[in-house]
Design a protein around this ligand. Structure first.
Ligand code: ADP
Ligand code: MG
Length: 282
Protein backbone atom coordinates (compact mmCIF):
# COMPACT_ATOMS: atom_id res chain seq x y z
CA UNK A 1 0.00 0.00 0.00
CA UNK A 2 2.89 2.36 0.75
CA UNK A 3 4.28 2.16 -2.73
CA UNK A 4 1.86 4.74 -4.07
CA UNK A 5 3.82 8.03 -3.77
CA UNK A 6 0.62 10.07 -3.82
CA UNK A 7 -0.45 8.66 -0.44
CA UNK A 8 0.95 10.73 2.39
CA UNK A 9 2.47 8.83 5.28
CA UNK A 10 1.93 11.63 7.83
CA UNK A 11 -1.05 11.54 10.12
CA UNK A 12 -4.29 12.95 8.77
CA UNK A 13 -4.84 14.89 12.04
CA UNK A 14 -2.25 17.46 10.98
CA UNK A 15 -4.50 18.52 8.13
CA UNK A 16 -8.02 17.47 9.14
CA UNK A 17 -10.01 17.46 12.35
CA UNK A 18 -12.04 14.23 12.46
CA UNK A 19 -15.61 14.70 13.67
CA UNK A 20 -18.84 12.69 13.99
CA UNK A 21 -19.47 9.30 12.42
CA UNK A 22 -21.63 9.21 9.29
CA UNK A 23 -21.76 5.53 8.56
CA UNK A 24 -20.07 2.21 9.02
CA UNK A 25 -19.17 -0.77 6.88
CA UNK A 26 -17.36 -4.05 7.39
CA UNK A 27 -13.84 -2.63 6.96
CA UNK A 28 -14.36 1.03 7.56
CA UNK A 29 -16.19 3.92 9.10
CA UNK A 30 -17.03 7.20 7.42
CA UNK A 31 -16.70 10.43 9.41
CA UNK A 32 -17.20 14.12 8.86
CA UNK A 33 -13.92 16.03 8.98
CA UNK A 34 -12.88 19.65 8.73
CA UNK A 35 -9.90 20.76 6.71
CA UNK A 36 -8.03 22.84 9.28
CA UNK A 37 -6.63 25.45 6.87
CA UNK A 38 -9.72 26.07 4.73
CA UNK A 39 -12.42 25.10 7.30
CA UNK A 40 -13.98 23.07 4.49
CA UNK A 41 -16.07 20.06 5.60
CA UNK A 42 -15.36 16.71 3.95
CA UNK A 43 -16.17 13.03 4.45
CA UNK A 44 -13.32 10.69 5.42
CA UNK A 45 -13.53 6.94 4.96
CA UNK A 46 -11.25 5.43 7.64
CA UNK A 47 -10.24 1.91 6.72
CA UNK A 48 -8.71 -0.51 9.24
CA UNK A 49 -6.02 -2.33 7.31
CA UNK A 50 -6.06 -5.36 9.64
CA UNK A 51 -9.74 -6.02 8.96
CA UNK A 52 -8.87 -5.95 5.31
CA UNK A 53 -6.24 -8.67 5.40
CA UNK A 54 -6.05 -10.43 2.06
CA UNK A 55 -8.38 -7.91 0.45
CA UNK A 56 -5.86 -5.09 0.07
CA UNK A 57 -6.14 -5.31 -3.69
CA UNK A 58 -9.87 -4.57 -3.42
CA UNK A 59 -9.04 -1.35 -1.68
CA UNK A 60 -6.19 -0.44 -4.01
CA UNK A 61 -8.77 -0.93 -6.67
CA UNK A 62 -11.30 1.40 -5.05
CA UNK A 63 -8.64 4.10 -4.87
CA UNK A 64 -7.43 3.60 -8.42
CA UNK A 65 -11.01 3.76 -9.67
CA UNK A 66 -11.82 6.92 -7.72
CA UNK A 67 -8.70 8.73 -8.96
CA UNK A 68 -9.74 8.30 -12.57
CA UNK A 69 -13.27 9.57 -12.10
CA UNK A 70 -14.68 13.04 -12.60
CA UNK A 71 -18.47 13.16 -12.85
CA UNK A 72 -21.06 15.28 -11.05
CA UNK A 73 -23.05 12.21 -10.01
CA UNK A 74 -20.05 10.30 -8.63
CA UNK A 75 -18.28 11.05 -5.34
CA UNK A 76 -14.87 12.78 -5.75
CA UNK A 77 -11.73 11.57 -4.02
CA UNK A 78 -9.94 14.69 -2.73
CA UNK A 79 -6.97 13.23 -0.87
CA UNK A 80 -5.58 10.06 0.77
CA UNK A 81 -3.53 9.44 3.92
CA UNK A 82 -1.96 6.32 5.31
CA UNK A 83 -0.63 5.18 8.70
CA UNK A 84 0.67 1.68 9.55
CA UNK A 85 -2.80 0.62 10.69
CA UNK A 86 -5.20 2.83 8.76
CA UNK A 87 -5.94 4.27 5.38
CA UNK A 88 -7.98 7.45 4.98
CA UNK A 89 -9.89 8.46 1.86
CA UNK A 90 -10.92 12.12 1.88
CA UNK A 91 -14.06 12.66 -0.20
CA UNK A 92 -16.64 15.32 -0.93
CA UNK A 93 -19.15 15.48 1.93
CA UNK A 94 -22.62 14.53 0.79
CA UNK A 95 -25.15 15.90 3.27
CA UNK A 96 -28.47 14.68 1.86
CA UNK A 97 -28.42 11.14 3.24
CA UNK A 98 -28.94 7.77 1.59
CA UNK A 99 -31.52 7.14 -1.12
CA UNK A 100 -32.69 4.20 0.99
CA UNK A 101 -33.69 6.49 3.85
CA UNK A 102 -35.69 8.77 1.55
CA UNK A 103 -37.49 5.76 0.12
CA UNK A 104 -38.31 4.51 3.62
CA UNK A 105 -39.44 8.01 4.68
CA UNK A 106 -41.68 8.50 1.68
CA UNK A 107 -42.89 4.91 1.17
CA UNK A 108 -42.36 5.19 -2.56
CA UNK A 109 -41.48 7.82 -5.16
CA UNK A 110 -43.70 9.54 -7.71
CA UNK A 111 -42.81 8.50 -11.24
CA UNK A 112 -41.39 11.95 -11.91
CA UNK A 113 -39.02 11.72 -8.91
CA UNK A 114 -38.05 8.11 -9.61
CA UNK A 115 -37.33 8.88 -13.26
CA UNK A 116 -35.17 11.86 -12.27
CA UNK A 117 -33.10 9.79 -9.82
CA UNK A 118 -32.66 6.92 -12.27
CA UNK A 119 -31.63 9.26 -15.11
CA UNK A 120 -28.81 10.72 -12.99
CA UNK A 121 -27.60 7.29 -11.92
CA UNK A 122 -27.74 6.12 -15.55
CA UNK A 123 -25.61 9.10 -16.65
CA UNK A 124 -23.03 8.24 -14.00
CA UNK A 125 -23.05 4.52 -14.83
CA UNK A 126 -22.75 5.29 -18.56
CA UNK A 127 -19.65 7.34 -17.75
CA UNK A 128 -18.19 4.47 -15.68
CA UNK A 129 -18.94 1.93 -18.39
CA UNK A 130 -17.23 4.13 -20.97
CA UNK A 131 -14.12 4.01 -18.74
CA UNK A 132 -14.42 0.23 -18.58
CA UNK A 133 -15.52 0.28 -14.94
CA UNK A 134 -18.36 -1.92 -13.67
CA UNK A 135 -19.68 -0.73 -10.30
CA UNK A 136 -21.14 -4.11 -9.25
CA UNK A 137 -22.71 -2.89 -5.99
CA UNK A 138 -25.38 -0.39 -7.01
CA UNK A 139 -28.08 -0.23 -4.35
CA UNK A 140 -29.97 2.53 -2.54
CA UNK A 141 -27.48 2.53 0.41
CA UNK A 142 -24.68 3.45 -1.99
CA UNK A 143 -26.60 6.32 -3.61
CA UNK A 144 -26.35 9.50 -1.56
CA UNK A 145 -28.06 12.88 -1.93
CA UNK A 146 -25.71 15.85 -2.22
CA UNK A 147 -27.90 18.10 -0.03
CA UNK A 148 -31.05 17.69 2.09
CA UNK A 149 -33.08 19.65 -0.52
CA UNK A 150 -35.83 17.77 -2.33
CA UNK A 151 -34.31 18.50 -5.77
CA UNK A 152 -30.74 17.61 -4.72
CA UNK A 153 -28.65 15.65 -7.17
CA UNK A 154 -27.88 12.02 -6.40
CA UNK A 155 -24.29 10.75 -6.18
CA UNK A 156 -22.86 7.24 -6.46
CA UNK A 157 -20.51 6.38 -3.58
CA UNK A 158 -18.69 3.25 -2.45
CA UNK A 159 -16.44 1.72 -5.07
CA UNK A 160 -15.19 -1.15 -2.90
CA UNK A 161 -16.38 -3.78 -5.32
CA UNK A 162 -16.00 -2.10 -8.66
CA UNK A 163 -13.40 -3.46 -10.97
CA UNK A 164 -11.62 -2.61 -14.18
CA UNK A 165 -13.26 -4.63 -16.89
CA UNK A 166 -10.14 -5.04 -18.97
CA UNK A 167 -8.41 -6.94 -16.16
CA UNK A 168 -10.21 -9.98 -17.47
CA UNK A 169 -13.57 -11.58 -17.03
CA UNK A 170 -15.45 -10.46 -13.96
CA UNK A 171 -16.48 -13.59 -12.16
CA UNK A 172 -16.14 -13.28 -8.40
CA UNK A 173 -19.48 -13.82 -6.72
CA UNK A 174 -20.10 -10.57 -4.90
CA UNK A 175 -22.57 -7.80 -4.28
CA UNK A 176 -25.73 -7.80 -2.20
CA UNK A 177 -28.15 -10.73 -2.73
CA UNK A 178 -31.30 -8.71 -3.50
CA UNK A 179 -29.56 -6.75 -6.27
CA UNK A 180 -27.44 -9.50 -7.80
CA UNK A 181 -28.05 -10.35 -11.48
CA UNK A 182 -28.93 -13.90 -12.62
CA UNK A 183 -25.68 -14.41 -14.57
CA UNK A 184 -23.71 -13.50 -11.45
CA UNK A 185 -25.54 -16.11 -9.36
CA UNK A 186 -24.98 -18.75 -12.01
CA UNK A 187 -21.26 -17.95 -12.01
CA UNK A 188 -21.36 -17.25 -15.69
CA UNK A 189 -19.07 -14.58 -17.02
CA UNK A 190 -20.55 -11.16 -16.58
CA UNK A 191 -19.88 -7.53 -17.28
CA UNK A 192 -21.48 -4.10 -17.40
CA UNK A 193 -24.95 -5.64 -17.70
CA UNK A 194 -25.02 -6.42 -13.94
CA UNK A 195 -25.23 -2.68 -13.18
CA UNK A 196 -28.30 -2.31 -15.39
CA UNK A 197 -29.99 -5.21 -13.63
CA UNK A 198 -29.32 -3.47 -10.29
CA UNK A 199 -30.82 -0.26 -11.73
CA UNK A 200 -33.93 -2.27 -12.65
CA UNK A 201 -34.22 -3.42 -9.02
CA UNK A 202 -33.71 0.12 -7.72
CA UNK A 203 -36.33 1.51 -10.17
CA UNK A 204 -38.82 -1.15 -9.06
CA UNK A 205 -38.26 -0.34 -5.37
CA UNK A 206 -38.52 3.43 -5.94
CA UNK A 207 -41.94 3.03 -7.54
CA UNK A 208 -43.63 0.62 -5.13
CA UNK A 209 -41.50 0.61 -1.97
CA UNK A 210 -40.65 -3.13 -1.97
CA UNK A 211 -38.19 -5.31 -3.94
CA UNK A 212 -39.16 -7.43 -6.99
CA UNK A 213 -37.44 -10.55 -5.66
CA UNK A 214 -37.86 -11.48 -2.05
CA UNK A 215 -37.66 -14.62 0.06
CA UNK A 216 -36.43 -15.12 3.63
CA UNK A 217 -34.60 -18.17 2.31
CA UNK A 218 -31.63 -17.18 0.14
CA UNK A 219 -31.82 -20.37 -1.95
CA UNK A 220 -35.44 -19.56 -2.86
CA UNK A 221 -34.50 -15.94 -3.50
CA UNK A 222 -31.73 -17.05 -5.90
CA UNK A 223 -34.18 -19.31 -7.74
CA UNK A 224 -36.52 -16.36 -8.31
CA UNK A 225 -33.66 -14.19 -9.52
CA UNK A 226 -32.22 -16.83 -11.87
CA UNK A 227 -35.64 -17.17 -13.53
CA UNK A 228 -36.11 -13.39 -13.43
CA UNK A 229 -39.52 -14.18 -11.96
CA UNK A 230 -41.26 -11.07 -10.64
CA UNK A 231 -44.65 -9.39 -10.94
CA UNK A 232 -46.16 -5.92 -11.03
CA UNK A 233 -48.61 -6.88 -8.28
CA UNK A 234 -52.03 -5.36 -7.88
CA UNK A 235 -52.96 -3.03 -6.23
CA UNK A 236 -49.47 -1.49 -5.79
CA UNK A 237 -48.74 -1.23 -9.50
CA UNK A 238 -52.29 -0.45 -10.76
CA UNK A 239 -51.71 3.30 -11.07
CA UNK A 240 -48.15 3.08 -12.38
CA UNK A 241 -47.65 3.81 -16.09
CA UNK A 242 -47.07 1.14 -18.72
CA UNK A 243 -44.02 3.15 -19.74
CA UNK A 244 -42.43 2.64 -16.29
CA UNK A 245 -43.22 -1.09 -16.39
CA UNK A 246 -41.79 -1.39 -19.90
CA UNK A 247 -38.61 0.37 -18.76
CA UNK A 248 -38.19 -1.97 -15.77
CA UNK A 249 -38.92 -5.07 -17.90
CA UNK A 250 -36.02 -4.14 -20.21
CA UNK A 251 -33.65 -3.91 -17.22
CA UNK A 252 -34.89 -6.99 -15.32
CA UNK A 253 -34.24 -9.00 -18.46
CA UNK A 254 -32.77 -12.39 -17.63
CA UNK A 255 -30.54 -12.58 -20.70
CA UNK A 256 -27.76 -9.99 -20.29
CA UNK A 257 -27.43 -9.69 -24.06
CA UNK A 258 -31.05 -8.61 -24.38
CA UNK A 259 -30.91 -6.32 -21.36
CA UNK A 260 -30.84 -2.56 -22.06
CA UNK A 261 -27.49 -0.82 -22.09
CA UNK A 262 -27.13 2.61 -20.42
CA UNK A 263 -27.58 4.32 -23.79
CA UNK A 264 -30.77 2.40 -24.52
CA UNK A 265 -32.12 3.03 -21.02
CA UNK A 266 -31.40 6.77 -21.32
CA UNK A 267 -33.34 6.86 -24.59
CA UNK A 268 -36.41 5.13 -23.14
CA UNK A 269 -39.41 7.54 -23.02
CA UNK A 270 -39.82 7.01 -19.27
CA UNK A 271 -36.36 8.56 -18.80
CA UNK A 272 -35.95 10.91 -21.77
CA UNK A 273 -39.49 11.89 -22.58
CA UNK A 274 -42.50 13.22 -20.76
CA UNK A 275 -43.85 9.77 -19.85
CA UNK A 276 -42.92 10.08 -16.19
CA UNK A 277 -43.52 13.83 -15.93
CA UNK A 278 -47.18 13.35 -16.75
CA UNK A 279 -47.49 10.96 -13.84
CA UNK A 280 -46.68 13.16 -10.90
CA UNK A 281 -48.96 11.18 -8.60
CA UNK A 282 -49.81 7.59 -8.05
P1 ADP B 1 -18.94 0.60 2.86
O1 ADP B 1 -17.96 0.22 1.81
O2 ADP B 1 -18.48 0.19 4.21
O3 ADP B 1 -20.36 0.24 2.53
P2 ADP B 1 -19.60 3.31 2.15
O4 ADP B 1 -18.63 4.03 1.31
O5 ADP B 1 -20.85 2.80 1.50
O6 ADP B 1 -18.85 2.18 2.96
O7 ADP B 1 -19.98 4.26 3.35
C1 ADP B 1 -20.81 3.82 4.42
C2 ADP B 1 -21.85 4.89 4.74
O8 ADP B 1 -21.21 6.13 5.10
C3 ADP B 1 -22.74 5.23 3.56
O9 ADP B 1 -23.81 4.36 3.40
C4 ADP B 1 -23.16 6.66 3.90
O10 ADP B 1 -24.22 6.67 4.82
C5 ADP B 1 -21.91 7.24 4.58
N1 ADP B 1 -21.05 7.94 3.58
C6 ADP B 1 -20.17 7.38 2.73
N2 ADP B 1 -19.57 8.29 1.95
C7 ADP B 1 -20.09 9.48 2.29
C8 ADP B 1 -19.90 10.84 1.82
N3 ADP B 1 -19.03 11.14 0.84
N4 ADP B 1 -20.63 11.82 2.41
C9 ADP B 1 -21.51 11.51 3.39
N5 ADP B 1 -21.75 10.27 3.87
C10 ADP B 1 -21.06 9.27 3.34
MG1 MG C 1 -21.72 0.90 1.15
Amino acid sequence: LMRDPRKKAEDISAAYELKEKLGEGSFSEVRVAQHIRSRRLVAVKCIRKRALKGKESMLENEIAVLRRINHENIVSLLDTFETPSKLYLVMTLLTGGELLDRILERGSYTERDASRVIRQVLEAVKYLHQLGIVHRDLKPENLLYDTPLEDSKIVISDFGLSKMEDQGVLSTACGTPAYVAPELLQQKTYGKEVDLWALGIISFILLCGYPPFYDENDTQLYKQIIKAEYEFDSPYWDEISDSAKDFIAHLLQKDPEKRYTCEQALQHPWISGGAALEKNIH
